[in-house]
Design a protein around this ligand. Sequence first.
Ligand SMILES: Cc1ncc(COP(=O)(O)O)c(C=O)c1O
Length: 390
Amino acid sequence: MNDKTNTKVGDNTRLAHMGNNPRDFHGFVNPPVVHASTVLFPDAHTMATRNQKYTYGTRGTPTSDALAAAMNELEGSAGTIIVPTGLAAVTVPMLAFLSAGDHVLIVDSVYHPTRYFADTMLARLGVEVTYYDPHLGADITSVMQSNTKVVLTEAPGSGTFEMQDIPAIVEAAHKGGAIVMMDNTWATPLFFRPLDHGVDISIQAATKYPGGHSDILLGTVSANEACWEQLLDTHGALGMCAAPDDVYQVLRGLRTMGVRLERHQKSALTLARWLEGQKGVARVLHPGLESHPGHEIWKRDFTGASGLFSIVLDGGGEKEAHAFLDALQYFGLGYSWGGYESLAVHVQLNDRTVAHAPKEGPVMRLQIGLEDVEDLQADLARALEAVNAL
Ligand SMILES: Cc1ncc(COP(=O)(O)O)c(C=O)c1O
């Protein structure tokens, strides 16, 4: 840990100095990118006892240590594992803390591939899965069972942006003997620190805002003291380490994440407010808006909003959704988010079991990039015109 970092200075100062200490590597500002499988030992005794800091590429390098240290500082965690994708950042902790005969509660507004993992692999491994309403707070007890070991939260929800009462869920889950995990990719630890609110495991698709340039896949999982050893052990057992160049790129991305997020936040809120008054828009699903049902929770617990939200079109179906997307010039049609460029997608919600899709019309998810906001507004106006002209 760099001695220039402490929690009293501002976020951007911390982001600029955390992770590595330049003095540890000849004064170079950035840490080396260590490509490694084999690490040599000086003698047979050291090799037999593995009594040195680094032992093999899968078990950590100065590059992965730098990113893990930065994430521990951001998350306030005891330890962080780095995995190849954001999806792996969800699946690895689930595999670490669930066994045959256990029950897991997963929020119904979860990122769809998490649901697929639970319905296929967890089910095959003998883990019972229940999806719960994102609006359940302390009432989560109503769906808990004696064998509930993990409660997975994700707030705001994927595509539909429901907020969750995380502190209330944590209190109820802990009372019932379960640990709480949170996919906190939307807020990043800059806008919400899950462990400060009692969450045991914080999950981040570092592909999004930490990477920030749509050219990297990576995930981080940060644990509190009680969960760290078991998480680390599973990481080692699965051999799920990430490639050094990708790890380095995410550490690089963190340096500018604060200033990028400020811009994402401002542009997204400007556009969300503007969209609320536009013909053809039934609703805007952005927790930072006063009209959002989860706004009070967002205001109480979060310190900011990132650049991803949805709009519900006022009527129509696939034809209207496609007209909207096809009229866009600067918003690309593509998955993922958190990069510098704007994206739009027609959200598919037929997987939901209790958190039903908005009924007014198709849900369009918008990732607001770093472009000039006037150009993005003109693009969205063009898309709405195309829908209204049908
Ligand atoms: C909320 C959330 N979690 C996890 C992921 C998975 O990240 P990755 O694309 O790196 O696997 C995504 C990707 O869209 C996501 O939206």
